[in-house]
Design a protein around this ligand. Structure first.
Ligand SMILES: [Zn+2]
Length: 446
């Protein structure tokens, strides 16, 4: 038999380029056009895909490849919508789908239309060869991820829960390969932090600003902001963060490995973290080891000569698995113990989520990676933001962020193009991603 991988690569490039040409910027989304395009590709291969409209022009697509149904389905998920792009700052227009020097350019090339293409091709390759699957494979493309998933995965769970039943989900948020020493380290996203957005309101004595006094709420708030932003929450170990740190440490020299492991030691964690030279990595490591607090929105005063009686500050707090909002409120009260006349409220919250790495799908992916790349090693990782995986994990489904991509020595540069300028992906990465997913699913579902 044998698959012509050269042809698969061409197919992947063509489908992604066409998919990028459909502008699904959210807001407003208009994902229906993307859903119709994918439906067309599936129909050509003899599939009848279902398209569900959650709002006018907000489309969600679902298509199943039937297996023997001995086990619950595996869902291959991606989102159709993309974030806005500042077109004038791009080298090639963001909705051109331009193919230059073996790379496909455009908004969504990384996040996450390419995942949609890689999953689609893995799905079609299995169908074309009539592979006997133990479970259904469900291809799912959804709306609205970039603004919280209300009209996409959230809507589907509310309105079509029967379609959302699955044991496993493969979604965005991991899979990038990085060159570490002699190894190619690939991440598999097994956890995501949650949010707990806070608002602090400070009160003081109003008055004429020509006469200073000691109870100015603006000054009080400024001191509180300084305290909150310089605060570091205690180390909180999670399975995902531990395995991530250990996995990277194993690839270092003896001394560096020893130091890296101290990140997991409450006594030395902070001082080791401060010494990580790469600022991107330092920030990321810090954020997966503790809850974080970043002041973002400040509202105070209306006129230069009036001391206001009230002002407020919003703080973007991100929480680790196992942390609930009441714990955060208590932590903030302890931190601001010396402050009077203020209150803290929770504006919005959603829990963190984590899936175990101890199961058959994880092991199939790991095994496949090693077979296709002799230098491969896979480690679990935690996303500091959130994806639609959280909806599934809430229901007990195991969800992984995994889009395998060819390894790079400069991962932070690669990741900076997600939601940034000049987003693009190489044809090699599209092919590699397709191959790994196709082989891993075969191993897992055969
Ligand atoms: Zn995304």
């Amino acid at each position: 038999m044998g698959i012509d991988w050269g042809k698969v690569k061409e197919e992947a490039v063509q489908i992604l380029s066409d998919y990028i040409k459909i502008d699904t910027t959210n807001p407003p989304g208009k994902e229906m056009a993307g859903a119709r395009y994918l439906k067309g590709v599936l129909e050509k291969e003899g599939f009848a895909a279902t398209v569900l409209e959650s709002q006018p022009e907000r489309g969600n697509l679902i298509c199943a490849l039937k297996g023997k149904q001995e086990l619950p389905p595996l869902i291959l998920l991606h989102h159709i919508d993309i974030v806005p792009a500042e077109a004038e700052k791009w080298k090639f227009p963001p909705y051109s789908g331009e193919v230059v020097d073996g790379e496909v350019w455009g908004r969504g090339a990384q996040d996450c239309k390419s995942l949609g293409v890689v999953e689609l091709l893995a799905f079609l390759l299995l169908a074309r060869e009539g592979f006997k699957l133990k479970r259904d494979i469900v291809y799912m493309a959804t709306a609205d991820e970039e603004t919280g998933g209300k009209w996409g995965v959230g809507w589907l769970f509310e309105n079509h829960p029967e379609l959302m039943k699955a044991e496993y989900v493969i979604n965005e948020g991991g899979g990038a390969g990085m060159i570490v020493g002699q190894r190619h380290v690939y991440t598999c996203q097994t956890a995501e932090k949650g949010i707990c957005w806070l608002k602090f309101t400070f009160r003081g004595k109003p008055g004429h600003a020509s006469i200073p006094h000691d109870d100015n709420c603006v000054v009080k708030m400024a001191r509180a902001i300084e305290r909150i932003s310089s605060y570091r929450s205690p180390l909180r170990r999670t399975l995902t963060a531990e395995n991530f740190i250990r996995g990277i440490a194993e690839e270092q020299s003896f001394l560096r490995s020893f130091l890296m492991r101290q990140l997991l030691n409450p006594l030395f964690s902070r001082s080791v973290e401060r010494r990580i030279p790469d600022t991107g990595l330092r920030g990321m490591v810090g954020a997966i080891l503790r809850n974080t607090f970043v002041p973002t929105v400040v509202q105070a005063g209306q006129k230069t000569n009036v001391i206001p009686s009230e002002c407020s500050c919003q703080v973007d707090c991100r929480i680790l698995p196992g942390v609930d909002p009441e714990m955060i409120k208590a932590e903030m009260r302890d931190l601001l113990f010396s402050f009077k006349d203020y209150e803290v409220e929770i504006l919005q919250t959603s829990p963190a989520s984590e899936s175990s790495a101890e199961n058959a799908l994880y092991h199939s992916i790991e095994k496949t990676l090693k077979r296709l790349d002799a230098k491969a090693k896979m480690i679990p990782t935690m996303l500091t933001g959130a994806t639609d995986s959280r909806f599934f994990r809430e229901k007990g489904t195991i969800a992984y962020g995994f889009q395998p991509m060819s390894p790079t020595a400069n991962l932070s540069e690669y990741l900076s193009r997600v939601h940034g300028h000049d987003e693009r992906i190489s044809a090699e990465s599209l092919l590699f991603g397709t191959r790994v997913l196709y082989e891993a699913i075969k191993d897992f579902c055969g």
